[in-house]
Design a protein around this ligand. Structure first.
Ligand code: PLP
Length: 385
């Protein structure tokens, strides 16, 4: 079976009733026949049938060994960091998601040190590997400038230098419809399912998929000990959202490519556009790595303005009608966001600029609307400058 078919049919009908929609097992506990004798479920923090269906689904999508569902993307990130011990070190991409940056800094006081480096150049990361490095943390494409790192090359080479290293990929920006990090040599994949997987901006959820039983047992123990599990109703919403993943990603990537091409043409016409960031454009710095490891180029596009001020960017983001001004991404409605004053507000200016997030940078998350309407909307807004 092809991927789209497998996705739909890996969500099994309920064996008890034949219900084609996954039942929501809204229960905290399960009746036992005699102490310890039960149907595989004893307490919902440990196990829940609705959660299990979601976990099996993402395991198939990411081609992993097993998965765990958490109450948010950051709860999943936190569980993975807890695999480490005092004095262990992490190499992480410098453009990392802001919430993960904050969390890794929090772990400093517990003695887990993270080095933030530019992983788009694979040699940077390889030259930093020592026996103390226990984990490599990648995101590709990154937020919001869409830098690409070569997952396969970095995984293979770093494991040759230190075979115990755990390679983690936060695959939120791509979703499994675009790339499968475990197939490229990673050990753990994380998703903020809040974004593309659930896909309708109506739920917070986090998922971890691992490559082997050892990592699964350790993470299952951490999850059961800390309790940040996804509720049955949120599991159901995520399962429901996932069913249209391929349709949405295809349309969102198409819309993103069209918008990026429109902006690139505007740039050449010498209008207000300065830079356009989209991995699907030939002039994107890492276009060829993206082409090698991704099936689509994704639904996010960023651009900056010639007049690089916060005021200028604000004029654009408040004027669009279809692109709604909001944080987050990956939903069916197109969103527009101004990273310097929104998602990256608390990033020190120096670090923000070093990451290429200029004052005027604007990020678009493409939804599933008609592309002509979206281009018209953005054009009208840019014409105000
Ligand atoms: C949103 C996001 C997260 C955090 O997920 P939440 O569900 O908001 O907790 C982690 N990583 C990336 C790349 C994200 O975009």
């Amino acid at each position: 079976m092809k991927e789209e078919t497998k996705l739909i049919h890996n969500i099994l009908s309920d064996p008890l009733t034949g219900s084609i929609s996954t039942p929501i097992y809204q229960t905290s506990t399960y009746v036992q026949e005699s102490p310890g004798i039960h149907k595989g479920f004893d307490y919902t923090r440990t196990n829940n049938p609705t959660r299990k269906i979601l976990e099996n689904l993402i395991t198939h999508l990411e081609n992993g060994y097993a998965s765990l569902a958490f109450s948010s993307g950051l709860a999943a990130v936190d569980a993975v960091v807890k695999l480490l011990q005092y004095k262990d070190e992490i190499l992480a991409i410098d453009d990392i998601y802001g919430g993960t940056f904050r969390l890794l800094n929090l772990y400093k006081k517990l003695g887990i040190i993270t080095h933030f480096i530019d992983t788009t150049c694979s040699e940077n990361i390889l030259s930093m590997i020592t026996p103390k490095i226990k984990m490599i943390w990648l995101e590709t494409p990154t937020n919001p400038t869409l830098k690409i790192s070569d997952i396969k090359y970095i995984s293979n080479k770093s494991k040759k230098l230190n075979s115990n290293i755990i390679i983690v990929v936060d695959n939120t920006f791509s979703s499994p419809a675009i790339q499968n990090p475990l197939n490229l040599g990673a050990d753990i994949v994380i998703h903020s399912a809040t974004k593309y997987l659930a896909g309708h901006s109506d739920v917070l959820a986090g998922l971890i998929t691992v490559k082997n039983a050892d990592l699964y047992e350790k993470l299952k123990y951490i999850q059961n000990s800390t309790g940040g599990v996804l509720s049955p109703i949120d599991c159901w919403l995520t399962i429901r959202g996932c069913q249209t993943l391929y349709l949405r990603i295809k349309k969102q990537s198409y819309n993103a490519f069209k918008i990026a091409s429109f902006l690139e043409k505007e740039k050449i016409k010498n209008t207000c556009i300065d830079q356009v960031y989209y991995p699907g454009l030939y002039n994107h710095k890492n276009h060829f790595i993206a082409k090698k490891q991704q099936r689509y180029f994704g639904g996010i596009v960023s651009f900056s303005l010639k007049r690089d001020t916060i005021e200028e960017a604000k004029k654009v983001v408040i004027a669009t009608k279809l692109f709604k001004l909001a944080e987050s991404l990956g939903g069916t409605k197109s969103l527009i966001c101004h990273p310097a004053t929104m998602t990256h507000k608390s990033t020190p200016i120096k670090i923000r600029k070093k990451a290429g997030i200029n004052n005027s940078l604007i990020r678009l998350s493409l939804g599933i609307e008609n592309i002509e309407d979206l281009i018209k909307d953005l054009k009208n807004s840019l014409n105000l400058l």
